[in-house]
Design a protein around this ligand. Structure first.
Ligand SMILES: [Zn+2]
Length: 465
């Protein structure tokens, strides 16, 4: 795989033995991070923040570890450029992971290497990218030391911009104890001309072509709590105004499929896919047509079901009733029922779906809101990522993508930092990567990481040199 690098890439100037060592180091760092249990809740990210901080310190890069809330740690560091190339590039990611229920074939916190994969919670989301970003920082710091410079204060040879590194707590619960705290208290640790974050840059085989969706946008979301009122009474004499019965009607209405609504980013994405892979035109028409449905046939062929689900989610406003509770005892009719809804549209749309009759007996409370964010496709960092992918994989078709959920980009975007999802991995075509996020047997292949580290290094070098 190393031999596939174009000869005019910055990574080609480093010795093959340097890359071999950097790859081994990357795998070791990723495994160390997986073994540190940073399950959120409770988080305990301080374990990983201290670990990453000591790795950076050992490399001569002074790290700042913060713990603004007990056990919720984040770590930041800076590499210096000579300042002639503009504002910094931010490399960031989150240290926390979601819980790991289910029947795993490997201990989710054992970081086993088996069948060419590193197994464990966080292997995909997103200790892999944190380890790759750390790997790039370590390579650059080593280059500074080899040139007789002190990476704590001197510019890295060739670097014209500073590089900011941040690995933060609490992304899986909205970032209040991590990136949002940093944005409030130390925005200078995040302020940059552009940023690289999770979700994107991973190869996806569709219609015989190898696409690399680069994350440029995220949908917004609103979480509502609906309290449905009814009349309480004895369970032996059922009544129509039972709050649970009313809530069930509301849930059914909310779960109905929605029509598609394309944004400029999604239009551009589907146009690029259709151009590169004409065989997908019918499937794209199915996903984007008005009735909101994705049929089983369309989901099977040529896209798999998980791709079809993502496609359906990024082409429309979605509503998902996810928490429902009502009632206290089997023989008491509940007078109140609560439904929690994630809704990517607006309140009046909710009202339209529920209908006036039920709306009149429902209190609606907005619990959390996350604004949509978008970074420009017409940006030096985006072009650098797309060109570099093509240099490392001549078959690559980079496309700008929108993701149907929120990440810490919701915090860096409003700070004025264009934030791109880019954890470059070239996967085996059979890999079901989307199912690995928060899934059982989360794992990342060694070969994909071997591809990714020099790609990320080249993107950083080209954007900052
Ligand atoms: Zn993540």
């Amino acid at each position: 795989m190393i031999g596939e690098r174009g000869s005019d890439t910055p990574s080609a100037r480093l010795e093959p033995s340097t890359w071999e060592r950097a790859h081994e180091r990357l795998i070791a760092d990723l495994r160390d991070l997986i073994r540190l249990r940073t399950v959120n809740p409770p988080g305990d990210e301080i374990l990983a923040a201290r670990h990453v901080g000591s790795v950076l310190d050992d490399a001569g890069v002074p790290a700042t570890v913060v713990e603004p809330f007990p056990s919720r740690g984040s770590v930041v560091a800076r590499l210096h450029g000579d300042g002639t190339g503009g504002g910094p590039l931010l490399l960031f990611g989150h240290l926390d992971v979601v819980p790991a229920p289910g029947e795993w074939t490997h201990d989710p916190f054992g970081a086993d290497v088996a069948d060419g994969y590193v197994y464990g919670r966080g292997a995909v989301d997103m200790k892999n990218l944190v380890a790759m970003e750390l790997g790039v920082v370590l390579l650059l710091a080593a280059e500074a030391r080899a040139a007789g410079r002190d990476p704590a204060s001197d510019p890295v040879p060739g670097l014209r911009r500073d590089i900011l590194f941040a690995a933060t707590a609490d992304e899986e619960a909205g970032g209040r104890h991590g990136v949002r705290w940093i944005a409030d208290e130390h925005p200078e640790w995040l302020r940059a001309d552009a940023a690289i974050n999770e979700v994107g840059g991973v190869s996806m085989e569709l219609g015989g072509r190898r696409f690399y969706p680069i994350g440029v946008a995220e949908k917004g979301f609103l979480i509502y709590e609906l309290t449905v009122h009814g009349i309480a009474g004895h369970g032996s004499m059922p009544r129509d105004d039972n709050a649970a019965v009313r809530a069930a009607r509301i849930v059914e209405r909310l779960a109905a499929p929605r029509p598609s609504r394309l944004t400029p980013v999604t239009e551009r994405l589907f146009r690029a896919i259709a151009e590169a892979a004409p065989v997908l035109r019918a499937a794209i028409a199915g996903v984007t047509r008005g009735d909101g449905g994705v049929t089983a046939d369309e989901a099977d062929d040529p896209c798999d079901a998980s791709v079809a689900r993502v496609a359906a989610a990024i082409t429309r406003d979605t509503v998902s009733p996810n928490v429902i509770h009502a009632g206290v005892k089997y023989n008491v009719i509940p007078g109140e029922a609560v439904v929690e809804v994630t809704e990517e549209s607006m309140r009046h749309e909710l009202r339209r779906m529920i209908g006036e009759e039920l709306w009149a007996v429902t209190d609606v409370r907005l619990v959390v809101a996350g604004d949509p964010v978008e970074a420009p496709v017409d940006h030096g960092l985006y072009r650098t990522m797309a060109d570099t992918l093509r240099d490392h994989d001549p078959e690559a078709v980079p496309v700008p993508a929108i993701v149907p959920f929120g990440t810490d980009a919701k915090t860096t975007g409003p700070l004025g930092v264009p934030t791109y999802g880019f954890s470059p991995l070239r996967l085996d075509p059979a890999e079901r990567f989307l199912e690995r996020f928060h899934g059982v047997d989360e794992r990342v292949s060694l070969e994909a990481l071997r591809f990714g580290l020099p790609v990320l290094y080249d993107v950083v070098r080209r954007y900052c040199d």
